[in-house]
Design a protein around this ligand. Structure first.
Ligand code: UDP
Ligand code: MN
Length: 431
């Protein structure tokens, strides 16, 4: 029954002024639009019609909802909380833990504490230094008391009855990770819609880019609203049995800031005796950013994270990754002996098993292939020991000269025949 701009997840009518880049700079999405639509706006119920008739166990486990944030916008954070409070049976929420990853924006300090005092279930904890999203999620998880841990990003809107279908799947088998369908909240106008293709399996190519592939006929279910197996998760939105998460060692705490952790947890779950499902009757909207707005500490390397995961879990298949990304060969991963030990202790299956039993359809889309001729390396003024590196700053990508340090992957450039020169580790917009 609600009326107004943005209601029912409709696109906000943008004016020319609203589109100015200044509206995007702080968050990577249009904060003016976010500020102008209701915190408790309505969303379209775009679930499969069968979801309305599904029944779930009478007794479901409760959950701690863990939301890491770093310099999140005020209204986008609040809308996340309101959507949870309004669309979740209260009895299933043990607590909502907001974990501040060392934000410096004023509105996230006392103002946030004062505002959140009205929600009895919300707790705020803060990291003591910038930890990045992986260790920030871990901090939230370490304080959580609920039977299940549910992780969300700080700019989401949960949709109708999103939680029970997730908890139900875990109640049936506690060695299960479940993910909702992640819907798209447009970073310009905040319109809410399903991703292209909607329900798809999570996959990866041999450069370790996350991909989505169709559900193969072998995995089609008579009821398309039933959960289906997915080899890897997108990353930010999932639920897991708390005790089992810790049995699995949580995330590898040696992963830095952002990225690679979705592969680590996915490989680990499958290879160490569990399974992962996407649940079509659970839908959560997520604002996909236009660009990464926050600063990433210098020296942060997604490549290093990915190599760490590849070395720990991918066995001989890691070689396919290094063929595509030869610059990984000389990167150091740090000490992974504890991760290897965990793998042995949990008696995990090997990656060959994972590829054959779980991700068997992935090579049909992304076959490991001989890479085209490529060169990689650094651009160095030897006399001055200065190297060209790329840095993602407030105004976009900057090139600069910096002292050459060993293993700085942000300084590695690659060139494939017939393509342009690019930063080898170009995930933070430094391409
Ligand atoms: N985040 C964090 N510390 C960081 C970077 C991100 O706590 O150093 C939080 C961020 O606020 C969000 C979640 O981690 O809630 C995922 O990050 P982001 O949304 O930037 O990733 P994306 O969805 O764009 O992949
Ligand atoms: Mn996000």
């Amino acid at each position: 029954m609600r009326t107004g701009k943005g209601e029912h997840g409709k696109p906000y009518p943008l004016t020319e002024d609203d589109r100015d880049d200044s509206a995007y700079r702080e968050n990577g999405f249009n904060i003016l639009v976010s500020n102008n639509i209701a915190l408790e706006r309505s969303l379209p119920d775009i679930r499969h019609p069968n979801c309305k008739h599904k029944v779930y166990l009478e007794k479901l486990p409760n959950t701690s909802i863990i939301i890491p944030f770093h310099n999140e916008g005020w209204t986008s954070l609040l809308r996340t909380i309101y959507s949870i409070i309004n669309r979740t049976p209260d009895i299933l929420i043990a607590e909502i833990i907001l974990v501040d990853d060392f934000s410096d924006r004023e509105h996230l300090k006392e103002k946030l504490e004062e505002y959140m005092a009205r929600f009895t279930k919300v707790r705020i904890v803060r990291t003591k230094k910038r930890e990045g999203l992986i260790r920030t999620r871990l901090l939230g998880a370490s304080m959580a008391k609920g039977e299940v841990l549910t992780f969300l990003d700080s700019h989401c809107e949960v949709n109708v009855n999103w939680l029970p279908p997730l908890l139900n799947q875990i109640a049936l088998n506690h060695k299960t990770i479940v993910c909702p369908m992640i819907d798209v909240i447009d970073h310009n106008h905040f319109g809410y819609e399903a991703q292209a293709g909607d329900a798809m399996r999570g996959a990866f190519d041999w450069e370790m880019y996350y991909k989505r592939i169709p559900i193969p006929p072998e995995l089609q279910r008579s009821d398309p609203s039933d959960p289906f197996e997915s080899p890897v998760m997108a990353g930010g939105l999932f639920a897991v049995d708390r005790e089992w998460f810790w049995e699995l060692g949580g995330y590898d705490p040696g992963l830095e800031i952002w990225g690679g952790e979705q592969y680590e947890i996915s490989f680990k779950v499958w290879m160490c005796g569990g399974g992962m499902f996407d649940v079509p009757c659970s839908r959560v909207g997520h604002i996909y950013r236009k660009y990464v707005p926050y600063k990433v500490p210098s020296g942060t390397s997604l490549a290093r994270n990915l190599k760490r995961v590849a070395e720990t879990w991918m066995d001989e298949f890691a070689e396919y990754v290094y063929q595509r990304r030869p610059e990984y060969r000389h990167l150091s991963t740090g000490d992974i002996s504890a991760q290897k030990e965990l793998r042995k202790h949990l008696k995990c299956k090997d990656f060959k098993w994972f590829m054959a039993a779980v991700a068997w359809d992935v090579p049909k889309y992304y076959p490991p292939v001989e890479p085209p001729p490529a060169a990689w390396g650094e651009i160095r003024n030897v006399a001055a020991n200065l190297c060209v590196d790329s840095k993602h700053g407030a105004t976009g990508t900057e090139l600069r000269l910096d002292i050459c340090v060993k293993d700085g992957s942000e300084r590695t450039w690659s060139h494939e025949q017939g393509s342009v020169l690019q930063a080898a580790d170009c995930y933070f917009g430094c391409c």
